[in-house]
Design a protein. Structure first.
Length: 404
């Protein structure tokens, strides 16, 4: 067991965390296509959280845009639904992950079936048979093309007034009976038969353990540094107890090392993967300043406590806060500038007039609002508008005070 404890400063750690998330400019010249770049980013950061809200644009598109700029959404869809290099599945939240993780998804499906799925399947045998027959007959189907289904016995619950048929389909999806085989022009799920048969899937315990350990290592590297809790919760595939044991093995073997960070007040031990220690040592050479606007669901912000510890920034999302109690806006997007989270803007895309509106700008009081920051934000707004097809822009008045 390696007992060497590493040491670093918070400023360098912040740079490493941003660099590992591909939010610092990086060399993409070695890739043959933008599809290859998208695939590599998702492998490196482990997952994209999918959220349907389109106040600006859907969150997974924004997370990719923050890293590579304007891109063709069809390229992402092709990687998932045609080339099968990526997978859409509900890990703990709706996610896009790399196909490398598919055996772990199959393993999760088996466990989903063990946790009460049998009673659901037995109680709704006829409804399930009718649904599967319809899907096989049409090859693919949208939920809006289906009549409501009233399952018996097992209660199905969901958010708001969601149609029962949607919840029914999602239960079948979690248990591997059906699959998301595409998205229509409105981004609605297209349901079809899964590209594999869970009934014939024989998981190899050694292989599953190896993949789970690899996933923990990828999570540690994606985060740059983190506590055990942060690393194990970053990607929700895998059994909790198994991950705890495998993490201990990685620490014991010196693959994951303890690190002390000046400037962090935390009772938890922080860790770094040995493969990126050299990157930390060379971070000033690797680092390039930039401004980025982040989705509120961006991977950098998933863990609010971690974001506060590393950046002193409250990443709270106010979508579900009553309007009169919001401080920053319904869909405020944090601004990353030169290694710090320096404020928030609230954009809104008016698709009827093709206008990208910046409703508000809330800089953090502890950081100076410089003309360089404003130029960086405006440049990113222009980039966002390009991806959204904006023809006009309306900026909050506070931007104009810094025009040079």
């Amino acid at each position: 067991m390696s007992t060497d404890k590493l040491h670093s400063h918070l400023e360098d750690i912040r740079k490493l965390v941003i660099y590992r998330q591909h939010l610092s400019p990086w060399n993409s010249n070695n890739f043959n296509s933008s599809g290859d770049i998208i695939e590599q980013i998702i492998y490196d950061i482990c997952h994209l959280q999918v959220d349907p809200v389109r106040y600006v644009e859907r969150s997974h598109f924004l997370t990719l845009w923050s890293r590579i700029g304007p891109f063709k959404i069809d390229e992402l869809f092709d990687l998932i639904y045609k080339e099968k290099r990526l997978v859409e599945f509900y890990t703990s939240f709706a996610s896009i992950v790399h196909a490398f993780d598919l055996p772990l998804i199959k393993y999760k499906i088996i466990n989903n079936r063990k946790r009460g799925a049998d009673s659901f399947l037995k109680e709704n045998r006829k409804e399930i048979a009718d649904t599967l027959k319809m899907i096989r007959g049409k090859q693919s189907i949208l939920s809006r093309e289906m009549l409501e289904i009233e399952p018996s016995g097992t209660t199905i619950t969901g958010w708001g007034n969601e149609r029962t048929v949607n919840l029914f389909l999602e239960r079948l999806y979690f248990h591997g009976n059906i699959w998301i085989t595409g998205r229509d022009n409105g981004n609605q799920k297209i349901w079809g038969s899964p590209p594999f048969k869970i009934a014939s899937y024989q998981n190899n315990t050694k292989s599953i353990l190896k993949l789970t350990k690899k996933l923990i290592e990828r999570s540690a590297m994606a985060l740059g540094t983190g506590t055990k809790r942060q690393i194990l919760q970053y990607h929700q595939l895998g059994n909790k107890d198994t991950k705890e044991r495998l993490f201990a093995e990685l620490v014991h073997a010196g693959e994951v090392k303890e690190i002390e960070i000046d400037g962090i007040k935390s009772r938890e031990t922080w860790y770094i993967h040995r493969n990126i220690v050299q990157e930390l040592n060379d971070i000033d050479k690797l680092w390039k300043h930039r401004t980025a606007i982040l989705s509120p669901f961006d991977n950098l912000l998933h863990d609010r406590k971690r974001t506060m510890t590393l950046f002193g920034f409250d990443a709270r999302l106010e979508m579900y806060v009553p309007k009169d109690k919001r401080k920053y806006g319904y869909y405020s997007m944090p601004v990353l500038h030169n290694g710090r989270l320096v404020g928030r803007i609230e954009p809104k895309m008016d698709r009827n007039s093709r206008t990208l509106k910046i409703i508000s700008f809330h800089p953090e009081k502890k950081y100076e609002v410089t003309s360089g920051l404003i130029k960086g934000i405006v440049s990113e707004i222009s980039s966002l508008g390009k991806m959204l097809g904006a023809e006009k822009y309306e900026l909050h008045q506070s931007f104009y005070a810094f025009e040079s």
